[in-house]
Design a protein. Structure first.
Length: 134
């Protein structure tokens, strides 16, 4: 019984945490992958839980998919000069989010994945969105 109650409470926290206003909106002109979820080109919203866990939710602004992205690394070096943007790393035909600049209070979030020398980097500017969770 305790296990079921604990699972329900954790699910409620996760749902409530992602109910905050989106932190960023961007238009991606190419397909990409988040975890094992294939995301088609389109408009996306990036939001973070209000309880501070290093996880982002990337969801389609239309009827497309949604996925969670673990971002275990947060660089405490300010990245104000580069603007708000998302960096993708592409290997072959597959692109993945590598880093997100100035999403929250001017800091850099990174997936911590190693990038091969043969990889291509693509940058997409963040169009709009709140810089603070509410």
């Amino acid at each position: 019984m305790k296990t079921i109650l604990k699972a329900v409470m954790m699910t409620s926290l996760a749902v409530a945490g992602f109910g905050a206003e989106p932190m960023a909106k961007l238009k991606v002109g190419f397909p990409f992958v988040v975890g094992k979820t294939k995301m088609p080109a389109g408009e996306y919203r990036i939001s973070v839980p209000s309880y501070g866990v290093r996880t982002l939710k990337i969801e389609s602004m239309g009827t497309g998919p949604a996925a969670f992205l673990a971002v275990p690394v947060q660089d405490l070096t300010r990245e104000d000069q580069g603007g708000r943007k998302v960096e993708f790393v592409c290997e072959g035909q597959e692109c993945k989010i590598s880093r997100i600049f100035n999403l929250d209070s001017g800091y850099l979030f990174s997936t911590g994945q190693k990038v091969k020398a043969t990889s291509e980097r693509l940058v997409v500017k963040i169009n709009s969105g709140s810089t603070k969770t509410e």
